[in-house]
Design a protein around this ligand. Structure first.
Ligand code: NAI
Length: 332
């Protein structure tokens, strides 16, 4: 099949070429998929897209007009796809349901540990010849309570690691898991989790129900001075409400790998430009905020698995008319 790969970075090319091994004809395109760039898929049967590509109804209609029959997402999340539009136009949508939950879970712990022990500040201080410790005081993670919002593939690994640290782990998920209960994880309602946790970490998908899950009201329920971590999707958090909570000291620290308006920022080198997003720029001014640019998935193992499953989805579609890992609408 002819595949148009949008939002290509050098590493995408490397891992997809290896997984493809010459089977499909791949065109690597740097631009993000959007109404202006959709015509670049004019000769493609398949479009391969990433998390910040625009797969709204307008773009999907343009892809259908180009003759595209399948969309292969290089991601687990599919909140950016208008599935109803795809279904109506007979375009199959495949995703990579699980690649390396360890990659995201381990990055989540990296954020928790760095924020707690202020490693990001210590790194700069030591390089500047400042060996004073004042301002770097942390706490033992051992014995603290970590609230894991959603114990899917990633949340379960986070819970397992936190149990290993000697933490008490609370979880909230509409579908509790026996494997987590066996670890000693206690399932509680969201209010109890927010009120009792020293660290709250988000691992649910972005849906209508979870959009702005952490808003002003949720922040008011959190333990004063608690840490909030989001490696899931930016819009789980109302960023303006979080900034207010940071300013009053109500929220102790914030670790983000995702941001609700990240489409115009992440995955690009903007170091010589002015950041036009004032909300994001304000976040960067807090010493107790640590942001990475959607890199939690970024390990050799995860990229190998993502590329392998993406190509397998397309190959299966070519052979059978069905992708291996379909994403359906709520209506089926
Ligand atoms: P998963 O599908 O294995 O688990 C999702 C869990 O969320 C399930 O246990 C489900 O019951 C629960 N859930 C659904 N609705 C909920 C609600 N309203 N409230 C609470 N829990 C709810 O997903 P997985 O693989 O663990 O990934 C989680 C999310 O992590 C993805 O949706 C994606 O947004 C994000 N992600 C971020 C990456 C990054 O690089 N930062 C990479 C991969 C995923």
């Amino acid at each position: 099949m002819q595949i148009a790969v949008f939002s290509t970075q050098p590493y995408d090319r490397r891992f997809l070429d290896e997984a493809n091994d010459g089977v499909h004809e791949i065109t690597f395109l740097e631009p993000r998929l959007a109404p202006e760039t959709a015509p670049l898929s004019a000769t493609a049967d398949a479009v391969c897209a990433f998390v910040n590509d625009d797969l709204g109804a307008e773009v999907i209609e343009m892809l259908a007009a180009c003759g595209v029959r399948v969309i292969a997402l290089r991601s687990a999340g599919f909140n950016h796809v208008d599935l109803d539009a795809a279904a109506a136009l007979g375009i199959a949508v495949g995703r990579v349901p699980a690649y390396s939950p360890h990659a995201v879970a381990e990055h989540t712990l990296a954020l928790i540990l760095a924020l707690n022990r202020k490693t990001h500040r210590a790194y700069n201080r030591v390089r500047d010849g400042n060996f004073a410790l004042d301002g770097l005081l942390g706490f033992d993670l051992y014995g603290k309570t970590v609230g894991v919002v959603s114990t899917g593939n990633i949340g379960e690994v986070v819970a397992r690691i936190c149990v290993g640290f000697g933490c008490r782990v609370l979880a909230h998920d509409p579908v509790p898991k026996a494997s987590c209960c066996a670890l000693g994880v206690e399932y509680v309602d969201m209010g109890t989790l927010l009120g009792a946790s020293d660290v709250v970490t988000l691992h649910c998908p972005l849906t209508h129900d979870t959009c702005y899950l952490i808003d002003e009201a949720a922040l008011a329920q959190m333990k004063p001075g608690a840490m909030l971590i989001n490696t899931s999707r930016g819009a789980l958090i109302d960023t303006r409400a979080v900034i207010d909570a940071l300013k009053t000291g109500r929220l102790g620290s914030l670790g983000l790998d995702v941001y609700e308006e990240e489409e115009d920022l992440f995955f690009r080198d903007l170091s010589s430009r002015i950041i036009p997003d004032d909300v994001f720029a304000r976040l960067l001014t807090f010493p107790n905020v640590l942001i990475t640019a959607h890199q939690a998935f970024f390990t050799e193992e995860a990229l190998t698995a993502i590329a392998g499953t993406t190509i397998a989805n397309i190959t299966a579609f070519e052979r059978t008319g069905e992708v291996l890992h379909p994403v359906h609408t709520a209506r089926g």
